[in-house]
Ligand binder design. Structure first.
Ligand code: ZN
Ligand code: ZN
Length: 153
């Protein structure tokens, strides 16, 4: 268990009594249909990539969600909100790696450092922004409706 996860778990424990719904944990799955191989006519295997993805923070912490291409996993940056009780150790907001300007949309995108490999990732603000499957890069990544949604406190 890494120190970050341990700290997060501790905070989660401390807050259970005062739980309020703030974030959401979603079971997401690639819904892309397998393609037919034009040469053999055989249908390939479906991608089926699945991941538990959480969005939003809790009562006393903020969270940024993203996907690290180098680590091939969803990654999270957490820091404590202002005005947290004294028994909770404050975690400062990490400084982003930098900003880039996207000429095709005019948006300025903030790049964050992956907590594992320190490589760059972009924030995914909500499930609506998570359309493409990180494994096969097809636009069919969606909430798996057969699985329950978790509330993050
Ligand atoms: Zn990484
Ligand atoms: Zn996929």
């Amino acid at each position: 268990m890494t120190r970050r996860i341990a700290a997060f778990a501790l905070i989660t424990c401390l807050l259970t009594a005062a739980a309020v719904y703030a974030g959401q944990g979603l079971a997401m799955k690639c819904q892309a249909q397998p393609e037919k191989d034009p040469a053999t006519g055989k249908t390939g295997k479906p991608c089926g990539y699945e991941a538990q993805v959480t969005f939003g923070g809790g009562m006393f912490f903020n969270q940024i969600t993203g996907y690290c291409r180098a680590c091939k996993k969803f990654v999270y940056i957490q820091w404590t909100r202002d005005g947290i009780p004294a028994q909770i150790k404050a975690i400062p907001r990490p400084v982003p790696l930098g900003e880039v300007w996207d000429a095709s949309t005019g948006k300025v995108l903030t790049i964050h450092a992956c907590p594992t490999c320190k490589g760059p990732f972009l924030e995914i603000k909500s499930p609506d922004e998570l359309k493409y499957c990180p494994a096969c890069n097809k636009p069919h990544f969606a909430i798996d409706k057969s699985k329950p949604e978790m509330a993050i406190d």
